[in-house]
Every structure is written in C-alpha cells, then in structure tokens.
Design a binder for this molecule. Structure first.
Ligand code: BTN
Length: 266
C-alpha cells in the first residue's frame, strides 16, 4: 500500500479538516472520470454539498485540462481534486479575481518547499524550475447575474517521476526534491492556503492579491518570445488587466491578449 492509499483511508475516517472553509468535507473517490465532472453532476442533481467540499480522486481516468485538453495523472501519485466554492459575492464578470486567489493559494502552499522557483504562468499554471508542476481548471455555474458555484479543479504533481514530455515540460515535487510526499498532509496545506486566499478575496483584498500575483508571474518584465497567430514576436509582460487579459509591451506598444490568442515560445 503506498502512502496515498493509506492516507485516503485516513481522509475517509476523519473526513474533515476542522475549522477550514475548504476541506471540512473531503470525499475521496477511488476511481472517477473527472472530479470536476463528478462534482458538476452531483450539483445538477441538487446534492447539498456545503461550500468548501473537496472531491479527491485516487485515480482519475478522464481528467480534463484547460482548452479542451486532457489531464493525465498516474494513479495514487498526485493530488487531483475539485473544490466547491460559492462566490456569489463576486459578479460573473469578476471571475479572474478567483483565478488569482486560487493560483496564489497553490503558489503559497508550494513556496515553503520550493522557494523562489515557484511561479504562476499566466493565467494559472503553476511552474517550478521552468516546468509545469500543477494546473487549475475552474468551471462555473452561473444563474442569471449570480455566480452560483465555482468548481475549482486542481492538479499537483507530487510523487510521479515520469511524464510524457511530448506535450509539455512537466515536473513533480519528488523530482525536484528527491523525496516522497504524504498526499494527505499536502492536501491539508493546500486546503488551508485556499481558505486563506478565499477569505482575503472576500474581505476585498483583491488589489493586494493582484500585486502578489504579478510579483510571482512567470517571465514578468522579462523579454520573451510569444506565438501570436503563427508569428513569433518578442515582447515583455507588463501587466494583467482586471478581466485577466495579459498585457504585453511590444516596442512601446501595449497589447492585450485573451487565453487563446497567445502562447509562450520557450
Ligand atoms: C491544466 O490544463 O493545466 C488544468 C488541469 C486541471 C486538472 C484537474 S485534476 C482535478 C480536476 N478534475 C479534472 O478533470 N481536471 C481538474
């Protein structure tokens, strides 16, 4: 039995990280298509999950990534989970504020372990030593003008040591630090960090969060090569606007880009 499966049992027994918004109700599934899909379908059947409920998978066989990609994770080695939040204090058009809070939470959770090498690659990939160590997929349920639910899908590569390097440069905590990590312990740290950042966001701490996000943004203020409509251009990230668009300076001309309009060439 690896550390994850023994700890999954622990999670089921205690089932809660008391006193945290996120993680008071942790449901561990042995095998599921996607924790985001599972949570979405439970919500559409009116399952009364409290805010902060965490659905965690030991094995996720059809994990979803950003931009319609799949997310592949070795069974029992990593954190693959979805968190239910009800950010009705934000307008649907303020979605990027939640993106920032979640990215910061993951970054703050990893920083004590990895130090300054942790970066947030716009909009919310988590990088360490210039490789992707985690990703976020937020799916929203909006009714009229109210933001009912946010399903925060989070993946963190922990104890996996080989990755398909064709698509993306990936890495894990174990590869970087040469040791195995207790997934249950990491989950608790992550839930604490998300609770903290979510509370800050609720208390109108967005301006400070945005500053910290920019301070930890991958290749911020560093000239970089970008791919834009099949053309490679050198520019410098100077800002992210409140809608989440990336602001790049090309020879003194500032241009804003949405998620599908630009990619890094590294
Ligand atoms: C990305 O492409 O970077 C985002 C990856 C998000 C993957 C996580 S794993 C848990 C949750 N369930 C899913 O199906 N996807 C997210």
């Amino acid at each position: 039995m690896n550390s994850f499966s023994s700890n999954a049992n622990k999670t089921l027994q205690s089932n809660t990280f008391l006193g945290l918004i996120v993680g008071e109700n942790v449901i561990t599934l042995q095998r599921v298509n996607s924790t985001n899909e599972y949570l979405k379908s439970k919500l559409s059947n009116s399952t009364p999950y409290p805010e902060g409920t965490v659905i965690m998978a030991v094995e996720q066989y059809a994990g979803k990534g950003q931009a319609g990609n799949t997310w592949v994770s070795e069974s029992g080695k990593n954190l693959t989970l979805s968190v239910l939040l009800n950010p009705s204090f934000l307008l649907p058009k303020e979605q990027f504020k939640l993106n920032i809070a979640i990215s910061l939470a993951i970054m703050e959770c990893l920083k004590p372990l990895l130090g300054e090498s942790v970066r947030i690659k716009w909009p919310n990939d988590i990088y360490a030593n210039n490789k992707k160590i985690g990703g976020v997929l937020i799916e929203n349920v909006i009714r009229g003008s109210t933001w009912k639910h946010a399903i925060i899908g989070i993946a963190l590569n922990v104890n996996q040591t080989s990755f398909d390097t064709k698509k993306t440069k990936a890495c894990s905590l174990k590869q970087l630090l040469n040791e195995d990590f207790d997934l249950y312990h990491l989950l608790k740290l992550l839930c604490t960090a998300i609770s903290t950042q979510y509370n800050i966001l609720k208390k109108e701490g967005y301006p400070l969060q945005k500053e910290r996000y920019k301070q930890h943004l991958f290749r911020f203020n560093i000239p970089s090569t970008f791919l834009i409509k099949d053309e490679q251009l050198i520019g410098t990230i100077t800002d992210v606007d409140d809608e989440g668009k990336l602001v790049i300076d090309f020879d003194g001309h500032l241009t804003k880009f949405g998620i599908k309009e630009i990619s890094f060439v590294i």
